[in-house]
Every structure is written in C-alpha cells, then in structure tokens.
Design a protein around this ligand. Structure first.
Ligand code: UGA
Length: 388
C-alpha cells in the first residue's frame, strides 16, 4: 500500500475521525476490525445490529448509535458527527437479490431515499463521503445482447468506471429496482459534487467473499442470502446446491480482506481517492456459478474430511422459481481495476481457493462440527444427482 497522505479536514494531532453508517454489517464489521486496530482512529457508527461487531463494543475509540439513521433526531445527531468527521462511509443498504423483485419499495427506499439525506448532509457540511454503490449499476453486458456464447471481445464485457454504459432490463423485471436505485444514488452524489462541491468517492464492489457474509438461514437469519451463504447452508443441511438458470452467470470473487485493503488505502490517501469511482474486484477469480458450486463442495470435503460429500447433488432451478417473477440476471461482471491499481497502489492477492477455504472453514467451525456426526450418511439427497 502506498504511503498515507494526511490531508484531512479536521486533523487534530494525528487523530482521524471516521463515521460509518451501517457499521454492523458484513463489510462494516471487517472495516471495524481493520480501522480500530489503529489507535489513532476514532470511529463513530450507526447500526441497529451488533451481532457481528460485539468484539468492538467496549473499545473506547468506538462509539455506536445502535439505531437506524432515519428519524429527524438521528439525522440531527448525524449532522453534528459528520461536521467533525474526516470522512463519512455509507454502507447501509438492502443488497440481497432475493428482495429486489419481492420487496422493491423497501429496496428503493433503502438504496435511494434514505441515503439521499446522508448525501445532502455531507454536501452541506462539506464532509468527504465514501459511498458504497454496486457493480450492478453496470447491469448486463453489451455482450449478452450481441451473442450469448462468445466472450472474446473485452470491450463488450469489461466494466470500466467512467466509460461503460449502464444497461438495465425493462421496468417489469423488478430485479433492476436495486441497480437503478443505486445508479440514481451515484448520479445524486455526482450532482452534489458538481453543484455543491461535495467531496466524494464511490465504490463498486464485485462480490466480496469471506466470513460473516450475509447469514445462514435457520442459524443466524431467515430468508434467501447471496450465493455464498446459499451454497454454504445447502452443504450444512445436506440439501442440493441450487443453480439458478443453469449456473451460467459468472462473477469475479474478491477476498473481503483484499477489499478492505482497498478501502483502507482510499481512507488514508484522500487526494488519490477523491472525486472518482472505483471498481473493487479480482479479475483472476472469475467463475461461473456452476463452477463455484463444484469448488464449494470440494472445499467442504477438504475442510470437513467428510468423503460422503463426493456425491453431493447440485440441481437446476429457474430464476422464476428461485427468486419469483421479475428476476433477470447480470450475466457477467469483469471489472477493469486500473484506477484502484494506479491511484491506490492496490492489487487483489487472494486466490479463489484460499478465499473459499477460509470462509467454508469459518462456517464449518461455527455450524458444521456438531451436526456432521449426526449426518454420517447423506439425507435429503434426491436421486439422481441433478445436472448443471
Ligand atoms: C449481489 C448484489 O446485488 C450486488 O450489489 C453485490 O455487489 C453483489 O451481490 C456482491 O456480493 O458483491 P449478485 O452477485 O447477483 O449481486 O448476488 P448473488 O446472490 O451472490 O448471486 C450471484 C449469482 O448466483 C446469480 O447468478 C444468482 O442467480 C446465482 N445463485 C444465487 C445461484 O445460482 N444459486 C443460489 O443459491 C443463489
């Protein structure tokens, strides 16, 4: 990582004041682990949920508002805090695809209406805002409209922050409720920058994987999480891993720790990170969801030592069955990460197999050890093993 610049607005001594909205979620919890290791950082957070950050609650350098940031009272308190902060990081969002077409109004409120107040306040207080957006703002690739099978021309599938068009499906496909809210939010941040001088950084994450991601249904949450937790739950429950629409969609997987390196580098190098958008992803870790399912099973066997998983089933489901009406997928997300490389000196380092080993071992330790003996032979396994 490059040498930190200390060009903060309110630097007093060497202390840096960071405010994080949504500090109790997956990314927030890892960011707290990293930032609170530095005794020069004073952190204030907003989040009603503390399950993932219990280890930090007694840290004198961390102050938590354990509530949603939505009432007028809380927004007033937020303004006070933002005024004396060096940076505000906004992580709060509903970002599970299972909600995009089933609960689109909440998705739009949480991804546009509520954060727009945060952006307004940062602009009024002239406080640097690092806003977490999503790679979904790119929507689908040009390639998916040209030719479904050939992926040879990078200009048709590679996503570059400032030049790639943002392509979304029709309004009836409510999958895009999230991506279009996030896109509008980016435009809102940018408009505040152009009209009112708001200093900003926008982050577009591409599938950060690691411990504490989402929740494991029936264990620490309910509903349908993202693919990593869906596959993990299926393995723990000895249920088939489900491939949506054949598992052809591809994603690039980046380690949460590599991603946190990038965010830390932004925080410590404001001059390089300010007033631009960054893709944060790992080009070397591209997989189809069918390949990911195989790798997860393989990893589970090596972590658990349970060879009965050799025949663990994978089955196909349609997007309609899995997510309900109005689901449409992003076919492929290959990020151009030149901006993060050149400006932040960042390079993702962790190979997909290592990311999966760490994450599967984490969940196996938490939820798998006790149940593995009682399931010495596979249960709930339909025959024959489904195709993918
Ligand atoms: C989600 C969010 O919408 C993004 O904002 C976020 O940036 C991204 O996660 C992320 O983790 O970075 P997406 O990658 O589509 O986007 O979410 P997943 O639920 O992880 O789905 C990935 C792929 O796996 C999709 O093609 C989905 O259909 C498939 N899938 C999901 C399965 O095949 N089986 C499952 O059990 C679950």
């Amino acid at each position: 990582m490059s040498t930190p610049e200390l060009n903060f607005k309110h630097v007093s001594g060497d202390v840096m004041r960071v405010l994080i909205v949504g500090c109790g979620g997956y990314i927030g919890s890892h960011l707290l682990d990293r930032l609170l290791a530095d005794p020069q950082i004073r952190l204030t957070g907003w989040d009603p949920n503390t399950a993932k950050i219990m280890n930090h609650l007694s840290n004198p350098n961390f102050r938590l508002h354990q509530t949603m940031l939505s009432s007028e009272n809380e927004l007033r308190a937020f303004r006070q805090e933002a005024r004396s902060s060096d940076v505000v990081i906004n992580l709060a969002a509903i970002c599970n695809p299972s909600e995009y077409n089933t609960n689109p109004l909440s998705v739009m409120r949480s991804n546009f209406m509520e954060p727009s107040r945060i952006v307004d306040i940062c602009a009024e207080e002239n406080t640097w805002l690092i806003h977490f957006s999503t790679s979904e703002v790119y929507g689908r690739t040009l390639q998916s409209y040209v030719d479904d099978t050939s992926y040879d021309d990078p200009s048709l599938f590679e996503f570059e922050e400032d030049t790639t068009p943002l392509i979304m499906g029709p309004v009836r496909n409510q999958r895009w409720s999230y991506a279009s809210s996030k896109q509008l939010m980016e435009r809102y941040v940018y408009a505040h920058h152009k009209q009112n001088g708001l200093p900003f950084t926008i982050v577009r994450p591409l599938n950060f994987f690691g411990p504490r991601m989402d929740f494991i249904p029936k264990r620490d949450g309910d509903g349908v999480p993202r693919v990593l937790a869906c596959f993990m739950a299926a393995l723990l429950d000895r249920k088939p891993l489900q491939l949506v629409d054949g598992g052809h969609a591809r994603r690039t997987i980046v380690s949460i720790h590599d991603a946190i390196d990038a965010i830390e580098s932004m925080i410590r190098n404001r001059g390089k990170a300010e007033n631009r958008i960054f893709n944060i992803g790992n080009r070397d870790n591209e997989v189809s969801m069918a390949q990911l399912a195989d790798l997860m099973i393989e990893t589970f066997i090596s972590v658990s030592g349970d060879e009965t998983y050799r025949t663990h089933p994978v089955e196909n489901v349609s997007g309609q069955q899995f997510y309900g009406e109005g689901y449409e997928d992003c076919d492929r997300r290959m990020p151009n990460i030149d901006a993060a490389r050149t400006l932040l000196g960042w390079e993702p380092k962790t190979a997909l197999r290592d990311i999966l080993t760490e994450t599967v071992a984490y969940y196996f330790d938490l939820y798998g050890r006790n149940s593995s003996d009682s399931h010495a032979s596979p249960v709930d396994v339909p025959e024959p093993a489904a195709m993918r």
